[in-house]
Ligand binder design. Structure first.
Ligand SMILES: NC(=O)c1ccc[n+]([C@@H]2O[C@H](COP(=O)([O-])OP(=O)(O)OC[C@H]3O[C@@H](n4cnc5c(N)ncnc54)[C@H](O)[C@@H]3O)[C@@H](O)[C@H]2O)c1
Ligand SMILES: [Zn+2]
Ligand SMILES: [Zn+2]
Length: 397
């Protein structure tokens, strides 16, 4: 089959690789019809290189048609249309029972002391072949795949794999009081969808921050008061002025480890990607290499007693954080990878009911054949041609 394969920093290619096969009774094989490219993939493309191996198949936002199931898989059958969550979870362990599927005790990557295995996401998360490919082997398929109705275009459902539950959890963890205010840092797909979910769920005021003009425009069109980081010398002051000088009730950080405006972290990240992989991986695991501009801004602006929800991915081990401010302001801090199946029942009615309240049908800006994946990654990283969300389409339905 054809698959998008990682070869090195900023080097992904479409290669011919072996077709996946059923290995365990709990496996399924899915023929992929759409597969999102995520901001998390951009971390692999650049700073998380030391944790990748040449030949890794990437992608964790897939959907498609079930081709084959193992003998223990009874919830889905050949021909079903399914969305595959980005994490691999068993559905029956203690953690899955708590709705903490990204901590699944059956698939935790214990060699690296990490949580549940993820599709297409580094050695730290199990080095499981990902879904930007024609076919995908889905472990724990007796639980993971979400069956969706035939009919509407893939756009309707594909974001159930990641963007929608991630945005939903971001808002849930942000604990915005009814009618309260939230600032969303970063208006990429995750921040943009978080803003939509926050408004849908009754936030009184949503302020967004980014530095890409089209992204700001897009958010404004959906009722977000969007501020361009580059147009404000002191963005924290601007936000305080907009929020009774107190700051917003909640802040969602949808930027993560590659924030603009963090010179030290950038240098450390560049060094880590230049030295040999084994050393670089150690350095990344032990040293703080995140670019912290977004989380520092979040801590600065959130009101006293307010909540910060970190949904952007961080990975440094020695990141300096202002404990004095965090403690003195009595800030609540929640974070983590999204527990996809935890939120699906809340979200599905918004996809199968009347209208399109979250605007998923027009969410993607680019639908590309798998062959154009390498160009897609470059456009998405450089934010060229208005690239916002790319769906790769390995096989037409
Ligand atoms: N927790 C989860 O389960 C989960 C799931 C999916 C994605 N993510 C993470 O969410 C983050 C966003 O993903 P995405 O797909 O929207 O990616 P993205 O890279 O398109 O979005 C990031 C946005 O942040 C903006 N930005 C950069 N620096 C900024 C700053 N200092 N202040 C404000 N905005 C800034 C960028 O211009 C960009 O628009 C990534 O870190 C990704 O890894 C987490
Ligand atoms: Zn993703
Ligand atoms: Zn589990």
């Amino acid at each position: 089959m054809k698959a998008l394969v990682w070869h090195g920093k900023r080097d992904v290619r479409v290669d011919t690789v072996a077709d996946p096969t059923i290995q365990d009774p709990t496996d399924a094989i899915v023929r992929i019809t759409s597969s999102g490219v995520c901001g998390s993939d951009l971390h692999l493309y650049e700073v998380l290189g030391p944790f990748m191996s040449e030949g890794d198949i990437i992608g964790h936002e897939p959907m498609g048609i079930v081709e084959e199931v193992g003998s223990a898989v009874t919830n889905i059958a050949r021909g079903d249309r399914v969305v595959v969550p980005f994490q691999i979870a068993c559905g029956h362990c203690f953690m899955c029972g708590q709705g903490l599927h990204t901590q699944c005790e059956t698939t935790q990557v214990r060699d690296h002391k990490m949580g549940a295995a993820l599709f297409g996401y580094t050695r730290l998360y199990g080095q499981v072949p990902g879904g930007q490919a024609e076919y995908l082997r889905v472990p724990q398929a007796q639980f993971g795949p979400i069956k969706v109705p035939q009919g509407p275009a893939d756009d309707r459902f594909v974001y159930l794999s990641d963007v929608l539950p991630t945005a939903w959890q971001a808002v849930e963890y942000a604990a915005i009081p009814d009618g309260g205010s939230v600032v969303v840092l970063g208006l990429g797909p995750i921040g943009d969808m978080s803003a939509r979910v926050a408004l849908h769920r009754g936030a009184g005021r949503v302020i967004g921050v980014d530095l890409v003009p089209e992204r700001l425009e897009r958010a404004r069109a959906n009722g977000v008061q969007a501020l361009n980081l580059r147009e404000h010398d002191d963005i924290a002051e601007t936000i305080r002025e907009l929020t009774d000088r107190r700051g917003p009730d909640s802040v969602i950080d949808a930027v993560g480890m590659e924030a603009h405006g963090s010179p030290f972290g950038k240098l450390a990240q560049q060094m880590a990607t230049l030295i040999p992989d084994s050393l670089a991986a150690k350095m990344m695991e032990r040293a703080g290499v995140d670019r912290l501009a977004a989380i520092h801004l979040a801590i600065d602006i959130v009101r006293r007693g307010g909540t910060i929800s970190l949904i952007g991915v961080y990975g440094g081990m020695a990141d300096p954080l202002p404990m004095l401010t965090l403690f003195d302001k009595q800030i609540q801090l929640r974070m983590g990878q999204a527990n996809v199946r935890r939120w699906v029942d809340d979200i599905l009615p918004l996809l199968t009911g009347d209208g399109d309240p979250l605007g998923v049908d027009d969410f993607a800006t680019h639908r590309l054949p798998l062959e154009e994946g390498p160009r897609g990654y470059e456009m998405f990283q450089k934010k060229q041609e208005g690239t916002f969300k790319i769906l790769l389409q390995p096989a037409a339905v």
